[in-house]
Design a protein around this ligand. Structure first.
Ligand SMILES: Cc1cc2nc3c(=O)[nH]c(=O)nc-3n(C[C@H](O)[C@H](O)[C@H](O)COP(=O)(O)OP(=O)(O)OC[C@H]3O[C@@H](n4cnc5c(N)ncnc54)[C@H](O)[C@@H]3O)c2cc1C
Length: 476
């Protein structure tokens, strides 16, 4: 029998390992099995939160339905953590006479180690396992400087990706067909356990996320189509304004792999060809997809970033102030800076935050409150429905000026100016801070008398906080 192991690739279309597994099963006229393994204790250790696991649960359920419709059997296994996966998989494969396993690579530190162990233990038992590249537009190992080194700066990296993409990657995306009659699996399809079942550990459902993000590959495709047809042409103008629906909202689907970056890229190209959008707008959006690739690339080239270390090693020595009261105020949206507070309350209520606000909140925590960026990275991981280690770590290190090609340390967002620029009328602020609903627009970014509205005074003065950060950095 042939097995495909689903991990961060919960889809049928454009799934390189699944396509190959199916081709081999058809060639050998044997059943194709598929499996998914939950590891809830490991996810807790990685600070993965309820909303993200809730979305994963629903994505796995949708996947099971799609596989059923294709006549492909699907099984759900569970074990506490990655250390237990190799033996579990080996025993399961042996019990079913599986000799060929297919999977798409993951690039994170612990996932890489797990896969090395799986590879070793299966091969020892004469079970072949083949790995495919799937997670990024461009296989990380393919993108090198002329000297064969890893890029540490985004723009030349991006140019290299674009050059190679246009030469090699214009082919059609592979898709999975229903299994032909005769090779159908006769094993029972498993019902995917619902949240609350031990299969998902102690994770609990977060019902509000169901409103915005219907899980599954078809929902992801529908959202991608709608975005490219209706919104992409305004992306450059609207993408930085949190009160406007100017971005795709596809990140949760990309995080679980219900959608691939290649599918996004191709759909944007189609939007250009059909004149739904301009080349310029599509390029702007595609550049964000390359940022996503870049942070994965960094994990491969500099694996220590996956071990709680800054890319710029010397920044390990920053004398953080780490005031816990200030941290709690930031988490709860009580800093006295309306845009920061609105963004944090939005995150707490919806498990999503707009990209501009992620940058502003992250920089405020690190540079105004002088709190270690890893505290914020962890909080975002626990809250975000689209939590993805590489993008979260990359985004935090960019904002904290500890990453590669991150914002220079002396560039410090003024939270009031950011508010005036990106939420000029205070629409977003008023949506999330009901106490400021009656605050006049000219004061909404920095209320003169906040107590009058029952709103806190700022916990730090930006100008002084800025200087404190610069002093701490220059002392390095
Ligand atoms: C501090 C911080 C933490 C972040 N944490 C995460 C995270 O855990 N998971 C996550 O997916 N993204 C993260 N991002 C990146 C970005 O904020 C989100 O990808 C984006 O807001 C998702 O919204 P969207 O799908 O509408 O994006 P769009 O603007 O429509 O972009 C399309 C896709 O491109 C990718 N993308 C966009 N911007 C970025 C970026 N700056 N870095 C990397 N990829 C990007 C995403 O996959 C996104 O879905 C973080 C950014 C910062 C500054």
């Amino acid at each position: 029998m042939v097995l495909h192991w689903f991990r961060a690739d919960l889809r049928l279309a454009d799934n390189p390992a699944l396509t190959q597994a199916q081709a081999l099963a058809e060639q050998l006229a044997v059943p194709l099995l598929t499996v998914y393994i939950s590891t809830p204790a490991q996810w807790r250790r990685h600070d993965v939160g309820d909303a993200r696991v809730d979305f994963e649960t629903r994505s796995v359920q949708a996947l099971a339905q799609d596989l059923y419709a294709h006549g492909i059997a699907f099984h759900c296994l569970t074990c506490p953590d990655y250390a237990a996966v190799p033996q579990l998989l080996l025993d399961w494969c042996r019990a079913r006479g599986i000799t060929q396993v297919f999977a798409n690579r993951q690039y994170e530190f612990n996932e890489t180690e797990r896969d090395r162990n799986v590879h070793r233990i299966l091969r020892k038992s004469s079970i072949e396992i083949t790995w495919y590249h799937d997670q990024c537009l461009m296989k990380p190992e393919r993108v090198r400087t002329q000297n064969g080194d890893c890029y540490t700066v985004f723009t030349p990296y991006k140019n290299n990706v674009l050059r190679q993409w246009h030469t090699h990657m214009q082919h059609a995306l592979p898709s999975v067909a229903p299994m032909p009659a005769g090779t159908h699996n006769t094993l029972n399809l498993c019902d995917v356990p619902a949240m609350g079942d031990a299969f998902w550990g102690d994770y609990t459902p977060t019902p509000h996320t169901h409103v915005d993000w219907v899980a599954g590959e078809s929902a992801a495709q529908a959202r991608l189509d709608a975005f490219c047809a209706e919104t992409l042409h305004r992306y450059a103008q609207d993408r930085d304004h949190p009160s406007v629906q100017g971005t795709s909202g596809l990140s949760p689907y990309l995080a679980v792999g219900a959608l691939s970056a290649r599918q996004c890229w191709h759909r944007a190209q189609l939007a250009v060809q059909t004149q739904e959008t301009s080349e310029l707008a599509a390029e702007k959006w595609q550049t964000e997809l390359i940022w996503r690739d870049f942070y994965r690339y960094v994990m491969v080239g500099f694996p220590y970033v996956g071990q709680n270390l800054p890319f710029k090693r010397n920044t390990q020595g920053v004398a953080w102030y780490n005031d816990n009261t200030a941290f709690v105020a930031w988490c709860e949206g009580r800093t006295g800076y309306p845009l920061i507070d609105a963004a944090m309350r939005c995150l707490n209520a919806t498990n999503f935050m707009h990209n501009r606000l992620r940058m502003v909140c992250a920089m405020f925590l690190v540079k105004d409150l002088l709190i270690d960026w890893r505290w914020g990275e962890r909080y975002f991981a626990q809250k975000l429905i689209d939590f993805d280690f590489a993008s979260n770590n990359g985004g935090w290190q960019w904002s904290a000026s500890t990453g590669n090609d991150s914002v220079p340390y002396f560039r410090i967002f003024n939270p009031t100016k950011q508010s005036e620029t990106y939420d000029a009328q205070g629409v977003f602020i008023k949506q999330w801070l009901p106490e400021l609903r009656d605050c006049p627009v000219k004061e909404i970014h920095a209320p003169k008398n906040p107590q009058q509205f029952g709103y806190p005074t700022p916990i730090v003065a930006h100008a002084q906080a800025r200087q404190r950060f610069l002093d701490a950095w220059q002392a390095l």
